[in-house]
Design a protein around this ligand. Sequence first.
Ligand SMILES: Cc1cc2nc3c(=O)[nH]c(=O)nc-3n(C[C@H](O)[C@H](O)[C@H](O)COP(=O)(O)OP(=O)(O)OC[C@H]3O[C@@H](n4cnc5c(N)ncnc54)[C@H](O)[C@@H]3O)c2cc1C
Length: 400
Amino acid sequence: MTAPSDVPTEGPIVVLGAGYAGLTLAQEIVRRGRGKVAVTLVDRSPGHVLRTQLYQIGEIADAAGDVRRWLVPLARVFERTSVTFRRGDVRSIDLERRTVHLDSGELPYRGLAICLGNVAAYYHVPGAPENTQSVYRLSAAQRAAAALRASAERSDALPGEQRPRVLVIGGGSTGTELAAEIATTDWSRLVGRAARPPDVFLLTGALTFLAGFPPAVIERARATLRRIGVTIVHGLNVVRVDPGRVALEDGTVFVCDVAIWCAGLEAPPLIRELPVPHGKGGRIAPEPTLEVPGHPGVVAVGDAIEFHDPMTGVLAPSTAQAALSEARIAARNLLARLSGQPLEPYHYRERGILVALGARGGAGTVGPIALWGSPARFLKGVVERRYSRSVERGEPSRLL
Ligand SMILES: Cc1cc2nc3c(=O)[nH]c(=O)nc-3n(C[C@H](O)[C@H](O)[C@H](O)COP(=O)(O)OP(=O)(O)OC[C@H]3O[C@@H](n4cnc5c(N)ncnc54)[C@H](O)[C@@H]3O)c2cc1C
């Protein structure tokens, strides 16, 4: 275990992951260090993925492989800054030797920020990884969009009045946004000929529909989904997935053309394997300062952590909004640690969350105010555009 006095004085600060957490953390180090602190930012992707916008599946299908709208090139974001972007795959982290192992070699560090996000959790459901789509990564969202597009293209060959059946598994905000988007996309325009609109089903399992949202918002969201033709199937877990067939715990077999898994997330294997305290799904359980216990000068931020606010006991959610605010404090604390200054605890404050329900619908909260319908959708669009613009300009950004 590394003692505080062991924190080296040489070498770069290495930031692993250039998602919402890593990008903000690197920008904050540049700002606080007045551009003089060397940072190496590592990601397997050449760009910052606008992951909160990956529910825009119709537009991704329409973009036909041109994903520039959802991917901001990292070399451009950090042009003329003290951040060096290194594209690579992180294989493992040696916390004792203060070295990261990449596919292209070793990277020693003075300070480290672990911001590697999360991956889909399939809960050992047989066939789920192979036979469902997902939207947790840009490449996965592209595959899901292609599968939906292909089912629209085949739809006029279906017998009688039959329509393609799409099952979205998981009734949290990601599944809900996605189901609404699929139901309101004009697939005929997209495939360039008459296509039958899909029947969209949203399956909620152990977690109820939009769990955690205020009841009024849930009711409005439910009514909006009904109006746009999404059927909610409540309270059933998936026990097996075969191609085109999803078996539920009550014995029902749901036949569908496309199944999309939005049922949960967990830490990636390399984080689960770290010899540090872990929370649910293998997420790192950091100190209140966001340092990794026993490893001064190493912080963990974003979806990769499970953080309970020590003052309120509230669990910070796996959202970009939380990742951004954690990253600002983690950057501050990392620099403080490296210069022998006192660290400060992070406190999570919920600012609100907005869910898009198709092109014109939405629901959510902003502070204590509940919003729905077109005002909620309008605000969601403003938040998304503002975030994308500030990332493109290389400026620090906020979500909500
Ligand atoms: C469809 C969808 C909609 C969402 N909507 C919202 C919303 O409206 N509001 C909100 O606040 N949150 C939303 N979220 C959640 C939000 O996207 C996450 O909480 C956020 O992305 C977490 O940021 P992060 O930096 O921890 O992880 P990520 O943004 O996932 O970044 C992790 C980075 O690490 C990189 N990486 C991972 N493993 C490796 C490796 N081994 N080697 C190299 N690089 C690696 C990845 O390429 C990625 O760039 C949404 C999520 C989804 C999927």
